[in-house]
Ligand binder design. Structure first.
Ligand code: UAG
Ligand code: ATP
Ligand code: API
Ligand code: MG
Length: 427
């Protein structure tokens, strides 16, 4: 891609490089350096030197990584900072935003290095005080975040995902942990047993283990009420959001804002209530019957959602994405079987795989098939699940995996399908 920073042009694609456009090379594209030169380019810049072109003293960058909760935590930080009167940019799975305005739609959670720098410069040009970004494991591994001077690095949790790309869970864990190797100020979830980090400038949050920001008590009535301590002082906040994992996400957000602004914690807690959550994440789309849409697409993400509804009869609809981690499929089936009264297995984004075979993979994890229904057509599956939900007053219907994705990917085509719209057709 070609970008302009302060009137200077850069590209990471040798085909776009010439005597006016510098070629930025990294492990990803260094094999094309000669091609860039052949195209008349006489300025080749190593990716680690790109940082010399952006003035990081003008903006505080907050990066959030972890298997789950990046988008939610990033959005909460963004919302709190905006409410406290700061100018803020946000970049992640849902796009690129500046001060509540959507600037770009996205396909990647963390874009390539040049796009990161272009966005940070755009945020600086818009006088933003903060740049909040999700950091995916792909981005760490491919050094898409190289040269970014982080003010704070935030960890949500490490479970399993993306083994199609990282091959082994250990490699995935190593990549995630490598983000926290240096002495940058960092905020770590103390209840995660997997994370390893450089303890210099480390702060922690938790529900179970001792930490800097430690939850003491919480209750779920009309959302959540949470009390936590920081240096022996108690603070509290309320939110309409649900799920224990959202307590973690909100604690991470509150602590992040505290660590980067030095504002008083009570002042921060007061505006947490204004954050209504991210669409497609634990989103209640109907109260009677109770129907919730969530983006959980890993065994752990699903478990977290199901555990939040232990007191209900769970009906669940989900599938698994094609051409992605296959090993997670039976585990997803297993988790659903453990918690749900009625399971409807359907398609997610089949991509280039046969949807029936993906479903078969999931079903190998479901030993007792008596409450299992297979419906390959996602729209039909949702319709059938709603019929079931209407028959049971104590039910909750949990439709998982796609959140607010506006399409279903079949081969390389994106066909319109929005879980929420399908639900609204039948209630
Ligand atoms: C698997 C993966 O991550 N692939 C990424 C990888 O692709 P690639 O190695 O095939 O790239 P490539 O097309 O060979 O090009 C490599 C480089 O050579 C350059 N090039 C290429 C040809 C040429 O003639 N001259 C030249 O200079 C290109 O401009 C590019 O800079 O490098 C590309 C650019 O550097 C990325 O765009 C691409 O992301 C693809 C699109 C992708 O789908 N990635 C997904 C899996 C991803 O990153 N997801 C994460 C995780 C989301 C989550 O947490 O759930 C994300 O951050 O979104
Ligand atoms: N802190 C958490 N711990 C465990 N599960 C969570 C947590 N936060 C969210 N989840 C689950 O993960 C799903 C995805 O949440 P979110 O979009 O915030 O994560 P993400 O890390 O950005 O995901 P992705 O990498 O796919 O973009 C949610 O819908 C929810 O089911
Ligand atoms: N419904 C989705 C969830 C994908 C989440 C995404 N961030 C990824 O894993 O690439 C799928 O599997 O297609
Ligand atoms: Mg995300």
């Amino acid at each position: 891609m070609l970008i302009t920073i302060n009137n200077k042009k850069f590209t990471d694609n040798s085909k776009e490089a010439n005597n006016e456009v510098a070629f930025v090379y990294s492990a990803q594209n260094e094999k094309f350096c000669d091609d860039a030169k052949n195209n008349g380019c006489n300025e080749l810049i190593a990716s680690e030197n790109l940082k010399d072109y952006v003035d990081f003293s003008k903006i505080k960058v907050i990066g959030i990584t972890g298997t789950n909760g990046k988008t939610t935590t990033a959005a909460a930080i963004y919302s709190i900072l905006l409410d406290l009167g700061y100018k803020v940019a946000l970049q992640g799975t849902r796009g690129f935003f500046i001060n509540d305005k959507k600037i770009e739609d996205y396909t990647l959670t963390t874009p390539v290095q040049l796009a990161n720098f272009e966005h940070i410069q755009k945020a600086i040009d818009n006088q933003c005080d903060f740049f909040v970004t999700e950091v995916s494991s792909h981005a760490i591994q491919q050094k898409r975040i190289e040269g970014i001077d982080f003010e704070l690095k935030v960890h949500t949790n490490i479970t399993r995902d993306h083994l199609d790309y990282h091959k082994t869970i250990q490699e995935y864990i190593n990549v995630k942990n490598s983000f926290f190797n240096d002495e940058t100020k960092k905020l770590i979830n103390r209840d995660d047993k997997i994370v390893k980090f450089n303890t210099k400038n480390a702060y922690t949050y938790s529900l179970d283990n001792p930490s800097t920001y430690k939850v003491g008590a919480y209750s779920f009535k009309n959302g959540m009420n949470v009390m936590f301590s920081n240096i022996e002082k108690m603070h509290s906040f309320s939110s309409l959001m649900m799920g224990i994992f959202n307590i973690y996400n909100l604690m991470a957000a509150i602590a992040s804002v505290h660590l980067t602004t030095n504002r008083n914690l009570d002042e921060i807690c007061e505006v947490v209530e204004n954050f209504a959550g991210v669409s497609g994440r634990m989103e209640v789309v109907s109260n009677n019957p109770l129907i919730i849409i969530d983006f959980a697409h890993t065994p752990d993400g699903m478990k977290e959602v199901y555990e939040s509804f232990n007191h209900k009869d769970i009906i669940t609809v989900f599938g698994a994405g094609g051409n992605r981690d296959k090993e997670k499929r039976p585990l997803m089936g297993q988790i659903a079987a453990k918690y749900a009264k009625q399971i409807i297995v359907t398609s997610d984004n089949p991509r280039f795989e046969d949807p029936d075979l993906i479903i078969e993979d999931i079903c190998t994890g479901i030993k007792d098939k008596s409450n299992l229904l297979i419906e390959v057509n996602r729209k039909e599956a949702i319709k059938k699940a709603i019929e079931q939900a209407k028959k049971n007053e104590n039910s909750v219907l949990l439709i998982l995996g796609k959140g607010d994705e506006p399409y279903q990917i079949i081969y390389d085509k994106k066909l319109p399908l929005i879980d929420k719209d399908e639900v609204l057709k039948h209630i």
